[in-house]
Ligand binder design. Structure first.
Ligand code: NAD
Ligand code: TYD
Length: 361
């Protein structure tokens, strides 16, 4: 197929953790799409995540900033994207506590810039009869917008928003804007809210990759507070598959929760990880667990997240593919086999990959 006749799909934040899995899945599975990966390459963006698909004819990287309205407007005008899957964001809660404004600018303003650009090209090109059904703005969000649960209950799509951290407040705000553009301008949108992801290419500032890195290097594993906070963990490739299913089969205007039905306290998770690492590194049982170090708790630390993903399972037939113990072992194996990736990330060398090697515009 001639690239100019292919359906043009813009994926934002495709050099990040989840975005790179989504880009890989779409590039490999849908040769009929021309996939554009728009990423600013912040500290979290790493084109080494996409080495295996970077030369595919249906893939193109664009370095750019979603907060730059003029640039975004002209990018949409030039390429006339048919659809957007929007993942670009500042994503780390601890960073949002130190620098909330950056989260407002990237997550809220950046999302509104993309919505405006989509609105301008799609509504203009279809203004005659308002048929915009061939287009889609898919916004990838988090379960953290729902706030914190007590000991029981699950977040459903109807749960009232109650964000507590600057990160979750900025994501909640961006979700509201996406819904507002649907209700006000009839922009075709989809939103999904997913629980905590884990897997390959995860930046080692987040709990699981940080712990793997520290255990490997005999460094303390920082556990906030008493380690009693609960997260619902999902293998990142299952999230990417859910995005694929929702993008292709989801009902316009709807929200879908994505989760693994897999709740762990942080301390139990870290103990399991230590056991796996002992085994893989041929250490004595209990050796890695000696690195566990309880540190000052995160401010406003949400106690428990847990997702009810029954709507997605019932209506679109998605299911998680891996049980956590398997997924975590697979993840550990990946980090141990990809020492170079981890070394490049921790040394900062990954930031030279774009300048030095792979540029296709
Ligand atoms: P990440 O931090 O690993 O990646 C974010 C990507 O966005 C990076 O490649 C970065 O360079 C890019 N980016 C940041 N600012 C940009 C800008 N101004 N312009 C263009 N690109 C920019 O994040 P992630 O963990 O992969 O999360 C991706 C999305 O999924 C986010 O929207 C996040 O809120 C959401 N989410 C994440 C999780 C999780 O567990 N990580 C769970 C649910 C939802
Ligand atoms: P994180 O991976 O930052 O994801 P999120 O805050 O989006 O859930 O943290 C997961 C959990 O682990 C959260 O309860 C905070 C905790 N945590 C630690 O105990 N130590 C750490 O070093 C980090 C980064 C997180």
């Amino acid at each position: 197929m001639n690239p100019s006749t292919k359906k043009k799909l813009l994926i934002t934040g495709g050099a990040g953790f989840i975005g790179s899995h989504v880009v890989r899945l779409f590039v490999n599975k849908y040769p009929e799409y021309q996939v554009f990966n728009l990423d600013k390459l912040t500290y979290a963006g790493n084109l080494e995540n996409l080495r295996d698909i970077e030369k595919k004819p249906n893939y193109q990287f664009v370095k750019g900033d979603i907060t730059d309205a003029e640039f975004i407007g002209s990018l949409f005008n030039t390429h006339q994207f048919d659809a957007v899957i929007h993942l670009a964001a500042e994503s780390h809660v601890d960073r949002s506590i130190s620098n909330p404004l950056e989260f407002v600018v990237t997550n809220v303003l950046g999302t509104v810039n993309l919505l405006n650009a989509a609105r301008q090209i799609w509504l203009k090109s279809n203004s005659v009869n308002g048929d915009i059904s061939s287009h889609m703005f898919y916004h990838v969000s988090t379960d953290e917008v729902y706030g914190s649960l007590g000991e029981t209950g699950l977040f459903t799509e109807e749960t009232k928003y109650d964000p507590h951290s600057p990160y979750s407040a900025s994501k909640a705000s961006s979700d509201h804007f996406v819904r507002a553009y649907h209700d006000t301008y009839r922009l075709p949108v989809l939103i999904s809210n997913c629980s905590n992801n884990y897997g390959s290419f995860h930046f080692p500032e987040k709990l699981i990759p940080l712990a793997i890195h520290n255990i490997k290097n005999n460094l303390p594993i920082p556990v906030y507070g008493k380690g009693e906070n609960i997260r619902d963990w999902l293998f990142v490739e299952d999230h990417a598959r859910a995005i694929d299913v929702i993008f292709h089969k989801g009902k316009t205007g709807e929200t879908y929760n994505i989760g693994g039905n897999n709740e762990w306290t942080n301390i139990d998770l870290i103990r399991l990880l230590c056991q796996i690492m002992d085994e893989k590194l041929n250490r004595e049982d209990g050796e890695s667990a000696k690195l566990i170090t309880f540190v000052k708790d995160r401010a406003g630390h949400d106690l428990r997240y847990a997702i009810d993903s029954s709507k997605l399972q019932r209506e679109l037939g998605w299911q998680p593919s891996l049980i956590f113990e398997e997924g975590l072992e697979k993840t550990v194996e990946w980090y141990l086999a990809n020492e170079e990736w981890l070394n490049h990330v921790t040394s900062g060398a990954y930031q030279k990959y774009y300048e030095g090697q792979y540029v296709k515009r």
